[in-house]
Design a protein around this ligand. Structure first.
Ligand SMILES: Cc1cc2nc3c(=O)[nH]c(=O)nc-3n(C[C@H](O)[C@H](O)[C@H](O)COP(=O)(O)O)c2cc1C
Length: 159
């Protein structure tokens, strides 16, 4: 069977709307690392597990590989600028970004509709990504907060 071309694959995936998160880790150097991630999913209720998929070429990949914890900030519909900034290779992502500190000093983006703090319990290879599995050790939500949506390559709001 011939493999499908990348454009067809991306186009089909674009029909699946997702929320938008920023995944953060604390590096061994004490610095914050963060990236916009839509490949986030719930995995298990007992124990409470989630997963994120991190590309091998992502600049935060090394920090994630060395980290014991990660945090997920689920962006609100007003945080499209942060989604763009944390996906921009040239941006100083944390400059001017309001954060609160979680366990192990993890950066949690202020204004997010939910925060999940996770202890990394497994890593699996998946093509050119690593599937990072985290046990959720703390979670908080903002009641009434509306999430940012990504669909067909565009940021959208729920009606
Ligand atoms: C909406 C959106 C979702 C993304 N989701 C992921 C993802 O799930 N996993 C991933 O590795 N990169 C994802 N990216 C790409 C990274 O955010 C980032 O743009 C890319 O790694 C380049 O940044 P870098 O030079 O710091 O690696 C996404 C980008 C956007 C705009």
């Amino acid at each position: 069977m011939t493999p499908i071309d990348a454009a067809t694959f991306r186009h089909a995936l674009g029909r699946f709307p997702s929320g938008v998160t920023v995944v953060t880790v604390r590096g061994d150097d004490g610095r914050d690392y963060g990236m916009t991630v839509s490949a986030f999913a719930s995995l298990s209720l007992a124990p409470p597990l989630v997963l994120v998929c991190i590309g091998d070429d992502a600049t935060i990949a090394g920090a994630v590989a060395a980290a014991g914890h990660f945090a997920v900030s689920v962006l609100s519909q007003d945080q499209e600028p942060l989604a763009r900034r944390f996906a921009d290779s040239d941006a100083d992502r944390f400059a001017g970004t309001a954060v609160v500190r979680g366990v192990s000093g993890l950066a949690l983006l202020d204004g997010a509709v939910a925060h999940l703090q996770c202890a990394i319990v497994a890593r699996h290879r998946g093509g050119d990504h690593t599937i990072v599995v985290g046990e959720v050790i703390a979670a908080s939500t903002v009641e009434g907060g509306r999430p940012l949506i990504y669909e067909l390559g565009e940021y959208r709001r729920l009606r």
